[in-house]
Structure formats: C-alpha cells, structure tokens
Design a protein around this ligand. Structure first.
Ligand code: IPE
Ligand code: IPE
Ligand code: MG
Length: 254
C-alpha cells in the first residue's frame, strides 16, 4: 500500500488501525495517587509501553507512535528531566535487542540535537540495528513538537528546491519526521486530558481521536482493545457524506 495524504486522496480504511499514535499521559498522577515519587510512574510507564508494543504486534497494527518527551517538557524540574533521560537510556539498553528479535523496527524522532552524545549514538545504533525489520514499526517521539516538525520540514524542503516558490502538500509531508509512515488512523491520549499538546499537528488531520481517563501505567492490552473497538465504530468520512459511504459499500457488495 502506498502512503497517501488524507486531504489529497481518500485513504483506504482497514478494520484494524494501521497506525496508532499515543500520548502517554498520567504517569505523575498515577504515582502521586499511590504516595510514590513521580519517577515511579515513569518507570511503570516504560513497562506499559512494552505491553502495548506486544499487543499492537499481536493485533496486526503496522505502526505505533509514542509521545515520550515533548519539546515543552524541558520546562519541568531539572531533576525530573534528567531522570527521564536516564530512563530513556536504560530502556534502550534493555529493549532494543528484544525488539530486534521480535521483528520490530525502532525509530526515534524529534530534535535530537539537545540530547548528549551517548544517547544520540545509542539512538543511531538502535535504528541501524532494527532498520530491516518489517513486523511492526515503533516510533518514539523524543524532544518532539508538532510545530518543530513542520518548521524543520519546511526548511529542508526549501533547501532541497532552491529558488522554488510553489510546493505541494506531498512535498512537505515527505520532509516531516514520520514521512515513512501513513497518517495515524487512531490517536489515543490517556490521563484524562483532551488536548493535542503539540503532538503530530500535520499528521492528525483526519485521525480518529480517543481519550481515556486511565493513567498511562494502567493502560494495558485490554484498554487498547477498547480503544480499537471504539475506532471500529467510527464512520471515517474524510469530508464526504454518510450516504456516499453507504452507496460505495453497496457497490462493492453487488
Ligand atoms: C506523561 O506523564 C509522561 C511525560 C510527559 C514524560 P506525566 O508526567 O505528564 O504525568 P502527569 O500528567 O503529571 O500525571
Ligand atoms: C504530553 O504530556 C507530552 C508527553 C506525553 C510526552 P504533558 O503531560 O507534558 O502535556 P500537557 O503539558 O499536560 O499538555
Ligand atoms: Mg501530563
């Protein structure tokens, strides 16, 4: 299947979402509720990622994208930020070989220039090691921001086309960080907040949105199943009328 832009052509819709994008929120509150330090929530959060990666692979999802650290999360207390960085390093050390053995391709996207050399080299090595895997692509968005993504894409697009003044959506899309993935079919945000928080601003144009109060550390395969079931009840019209969709289905059935 080729990648298409949901605003230029109506994409094919499958029963199981091809691409799920997730804002993993509520780690801090999960811990606070248990009188534990916020970091305990982040540690549990990493375990939840493992479970959801496995569940996505089992369900036949092709791409799952996690928002791990936003370009605005640097505003947090220094101690929490450095702890999150250390957790990221540990998770890479522990998980990459397992992911590779399970046929998973790992991508890390975001402005990596703010990370130290050790972390950056680990990221490059992890991506290189898993580059040939095809079962499931797991993307971790780290120091990522939707506006940053669009700006870096525009800069690259202009640099690649010196003197050009007219560009297409497809051209810009090809310079965005997730150019290798179809636009997300399903967006999930845990933790009760109903906002995008500068996540995939361009790519979510026609994504089905799902919000749950469940805190991220508690989000398991069963919770994912509920999100997918909700997605399966949606009518994805992409600007068309409901009648048009019914007509189309009856033509296919004849
Ligand atoms: C999400 O959980 C994880 C990151 C943003 C890194 P939070 O840390 O935002 O948890 P809450 O929202 O404070 O509960
Ligand atoms: C969004 O969560 C970013 C990540 C999950 C990495 P936040 O908890 O930082 O979002 P806001 O600030 O409440 O919108
Ligand atoms: Mg939060």
């Amino acid at each position: 299947m080729t990648l298409s832009s949901s605003t230029q052509a109506v994409p094919e819709v499958s029963l199981v979402p091809r691409h799920i994008a997730i804002i993993m929120d509520g780690n801090g509150r999960w811990a606070t509720k248990r009188f534990m330090p916020r970091v305990a929530g982040h540690v549990k959060g990493v375990e939840a990622v493992r479970g959801i990666v496995e569940a996505c692979a089992m369900q036949g999802v092709e791409y799952v994208t996690f928002f791990a650290f936003s370009s605005e999360n640097w505003r947090r207390p220094e101690e929490e930020v450095s702890l999150l960085m250390r957790l990221f390093v540990t998770a890479l050390e522990r998980e990459v070989s397992k992911m590779h053995a399970n046929g998973i391709r790992l991508k890390i996207v975001g402005d990596l220039s703010r990370f130290d050399d050790k972390l950056r080299n680990m990221i490059i090595a992890a991506e290189r090691k898993t580059a040939g895997n095809t079962r499931l692509t797991v993307t971790v968005c780290a120091n990522y921001g939707g506006r940053w993504d669009i700006m870096q894409g525009v800069r690259k697009m202009i640099a690649a086309n010196p003197g050009a003044t007219d560009f297409s959506e497809e051209q810009l899309a090809s310079f965005l960080s997730l150019a290798y993935a179809p636009e997300p079919d399903l967006f999930i945000r845990t933790g009760g907040e109903e906002r995008i928080s500068n996540f995939l601003l361009w790519q979510l144009a026609y994504t089905e949105l799902y919000f749950t109060d469940t805190y991220w550390p508690d989000f398991d395969a069963n919770a994912l199943g509920l999100a997918i079931a909700s997605y399966q009840k949606r009518e994805r019209r992409f600007g068309r009328t409901s009648e048009q969709l019914t007509e189309q289905t009856s033509v296919v059935k004849c």
